[in-house]
Ligand binder design. Structure first.
Ligand SMILES: Cc1cc2nc3c(=O)[nH]c(=O)nc-3n(C[C@H](O)[C@H](O)[C@H](O)COP(=O)(O)OP(=O)(O)OC[C@H]3O[C@@H](n4cnc5c(N)ncnc54)[C@H](O)[C@@H]3O)c2cc1C
Length: 358
């Protein structure tokens, strides 16, 4: 790769970088995908929930988040065609279970387009595996994607296109007048028409960015059980519970400011297991089979940073997706690929501009 010129160089081989690379390749662009292995990469560690309705975003962010969710079924159909892998998508809806009467009142008030309030009896009929004595709010169109399998499918789809070449770890970027270079950790360089910054929680470590990017790591610990007591994704007090294929259930997640430490703690596993057992009694007392952590690339307002740098249009940001990077990946990729091809983004990106941080 060293010394080559490509249309687009992307830093970061997580879900955001991979989906952007494929979308650019689909537009006929040549891509260098710079990927390093950092402990705590978020995309494989995530729960895979597609949950715009539980995030409480206001328009136009809520509209973008819902469109992202609805982009997943056709995206996975297309990915199955090119990778041979059918990635599991759960669209039974997400059940949001309140902690107390006050919470139940707030959820009841939030019922409306796409979200139905269920009485305790209705909740028990729909999902016998949970305890919801105050009722629950069903977000009908939300769900979850199997993000672990998804990364394998993307890897294969990328391997099958000759438009994307792998590059190693990046040290940073170098910008000249209308020129852009990716600087590799091994001393090599790649000249690119556009540079896409998609390095997850590690964005601020890249040298040569035109400005400071306010993305910090927020650690999330998850646990997994070898049991499948629920069919729906359940969002409840102290934990969420996500059914996975092959009789597995995962539970998350903590929110911890621990720098780049992607370690786990027994206390967190116990807290998550207890909360999960209260929500879904079929999990109570079961051994925790898996325990891991990932680093969410988090911005001050929890919204991603998408689109061009205001002063250096060759730099495109696709980072800071915080808690919703799985949800937002396919439309993020479409917007970035459009901009990289020199056409307007299909979605207005003003709410996500880096300029909002001044
Ligand atoms: C526990 C947990 C649960 C989550 N649950 C959900 C959920 O249910 N739904 C949802 O939508 N989102 C969820 N998220 C958030 C989501 O995982 C992230 O927003 C998303 O994965 C971010 O993707 P990314 O590609 O930007 O970052 P990452 O997946 O972290 O990828 C960034 C990549 O860049 C690489 N990199 C870093 N520096 C360099 C460099 N110098 N050179 C080359 N490569 C580099 C890293 O090695 C890494 O592989 C969760 C996150 C966590 C941690």
């Amino acid at each position: 790769m060293n010394g080559r010129t490509v249309d687009v160089a992307i830093v970061g081989g997580g879900l955001v970088g991979m989906t952007a690379a494929l979308a650019c390749a689909d537009r006929g662009l040549t891509v260098a995908l710079s990927a390093a292995t950092r402990p705590g990469s978020a995309s494989g560690a995530a729960a895979g929930m597609l949950a715009p309705s539980t995030e409480g975003a206001t328009a136009p962010v809520a509209a973008f988040a819902s469109a992202c969710r609805d982009a997943w079924p056709p995206y996975l159909d297309q990915l199955a065609g090119r990778s041979g892998r059918r990635v599991a998508l759960n669209r039974l809806g997400i059940l949001q279970v309140p902690a107390d009467e006050g919470g139940a009142g707030r959820l009841r008030a939030a019922a409306g387009a796409g979200s139905d309030w269920l009485t305790p009896l209705q909740a028990a009929e729909l999902e016998p595996g949970i305890v919801a004595p105050l009722g629950a709010l069903l977000h009908e169109r939300d769900g979850a994607v199997d993000n672990e399998h998804l990364l394998l499918a993307l890897d294969e789809a990328i391997g099958a296109t000759d438009h994307v070449a792998s590059a190693g770890e990046a040290r940073g970027i170098r910008l000249g007048r209308g020129t852009a270079e990716l600087l590799l950790a091994d001393g090599g360089t790649i000249a690119a028409g556009r540079l896409v910054v998609a390095a997850g929680a590690w964005v601020s470590q890249l040298e040569g960015l035109p400005r400071a990017i306010p993305v910090v790591p927020v650690r999330g610990q998850m646990i997994g059980f070898a049991a499948a007591p629920v069919r729906h994704v359940i969002h409840g007090p102290g934990a969420y519970v996500v059914p996975r294929p092959a009789g597995r259930t995962i539970v998350g997640a903590t929110m911890e400011h621990a720098g780049f430490d992607a370690g786990t703690s027994p206390e967190a596993a116990t807290r998550l297991a207890d909360a999960a057992g209260r929500l879904a009694p079929g999990l109570a007392g079961l051994p925790v089979m898996e325990h891991w952590a990932g680093l969410r690339p988090t911005t001050p307002d929890q919204l991603p940073i998408l689109g061009p740098d205001p002063e250096h249009g060759t730099v495109l940001y696709a980072c800071g997706h915080s808690r919703n990077g799985i949800l937002m990946a396919p439309l993020t990729a479409e917007c970035i690929a459009a901009l990289a091809s020199g056409v307007p983004s299909p979605w207005p990106l003003e709410p996500f501009s880096v300029a909002r941080f001044g």
